[in-house]
Design a protein around this ligand. Structure first.
Ligand code: TYM
Length: 330
């Protein structure tokens, strides 16, 4: 009998996890895990929608698992697992593929952006279908809430559309989930280009602070972060760089941005950057150290992931069977 509401979320094991992933997703997950029944997934099937080096992918999967745990996800309270270890994700994707429409997938801005970069003609079919796999992830667990960053809003809308359409065509089957997007930290911007979001796939190291960056690297990256013209420390649309730095500061300390602005009223950009660098170092160092410790014992990590997959499979199997039955495939 399900008593607590369910939460599902995931991160791709591609590239280096960064401050945006931490503030937009992970920190939020840790904050809510006591209240819900949680499923936190390492979405490795999503990662292969663009080419990955198998050796690197293998190690990134463990690294992401270690970062989840080091950030405070407790495998006693949350189910932590790999998407590829629960075949129902791919199976439900097929059923939903037959409900999703070509037009609505073509309108996904993330696909359009990514396909544009590499040329739409050569984008994989997997990349195009990515949002349907994401919908399957969420609907398999009948999750009520999906804590994500702002960039996932459109994918969540599609998930809701697919759930409603399926329910309408075949009878009530899926919970229609809601996005849970925080005010602070939901859209962290690149340090070198504050009008673009901080991204794992950026080739420019200085554009993001990785969760596993060493303190001196963090300090250097923040020192070199782009600033705006003028000298006043305020969050406003004409100051995207300073707004971003304030957002990071607020996200990590929990201090509301107006308070931080007040604190820095008679100070300069240099003062803000210097203090922010220490805030980031302090926030990330314990996570980095704990991640390293966990990675020293990969057997234990693998066991946690395997146990998580077993628990996830139980729920996933029953939802998939229900969907099969509704569609006449039983
Ligand atoms: P991914 O791996 O790109 O990012 C993982 C999480 O980090 C958030 N995020 C950010 N938040 C704030 N500022 C940023 N610059 C920033 N960059 C990333 C993302 O919003 C996300 O919450 N499609 C998803 C993974 C996924 C998923 C799911 C999420 C697959 N299935 C089911 C939720 C539920 C993705 O690519 O996230």
């Amino acid at each position: 009998m399900q008593t607590r509401r369910r939460v599902f979320s995931g991160i791709q094991p591609s590239g280096n996890l960064h401050l945006g992933n931490y503030l937009g997703a992970l920190k939020n997950w840790v904050g809510i895990q006591e209240r819900y029944e949680n499923y936190f997934c390492i979405v490795d099937l999503h990662a292969i929608t663009v080419p990955q080096d198998p050796k690197i992918l293998r190690s990134k999967i463990r690294e992401v698992a270690a970062i989840y745990l080091a950030s405070g996800i407790d495998p006693e309270k949350s189910v932590v697992f790999r998407q590829s270890r629960v075949p129902e994700h791919a199976e439900l994707t097929w059923l939903l593929n037959c409900v999703a429409r070509f037009g609505e997938l073509s309108r996904m801005t993330q696909f359009k952006d990514k396909a544009q970069k590499g040329g739409a003609e050569s984008a994989s079919v997997g990349l195009y279908d990515y949002p349907v796999l994401m919908a399957a992830d969420i609907l398999l667990y009948n999750a009520h809430l999906v804590p994500v960053g702002e960039d996932q809003r459109q994918h969540l809308e599609l998930t809701r559309t697919l759930a409603r359409r399926f329910n309408h065509l075949y009878g009530e089957t899926f919970v229609v989930p809601e996005a849970m997007i925080l005010k602070t930290g939901a859209r962290i911007m690149a340090l070198d280009e504050p009008t673009a979001k901080m991204s794992k796939s950026s080739p420019v190291q200085g554009s993001y602070v990785a969760i596993l960056d060493e303190p001196d690297t963090v300090r250097r990256k923040i020192r070199r972060a782009k600033t705006d013209s003028g000298s006043e420390i305020t969050a406003s649309p004409d100051k995207p760089a300073i707004t971003n730095l304030l957002d990071i500061y607020g996200g990590l300390t929990g201090v509301p941005v107006p308070e931080i602005e007040k604190q820095y009223r008679s100070k300069g950009y240099g003062d803000l950057k210097k203090d922010l660098a220490e805030v980031v170092v302090e926030g990330l160092s314990p996570i980095r150290d704990r991640t390293r410790e966990l990675l020293d014992n990969p057997r234990e990590l693998d066991e946690i992931l395997e146990a998580g997959a077993e628990r996830a499979r139980e729920v996933a199997r029953s939802t998939l069977h229900e969907a099969w039955t509704r569609m006449g495939l039983d």
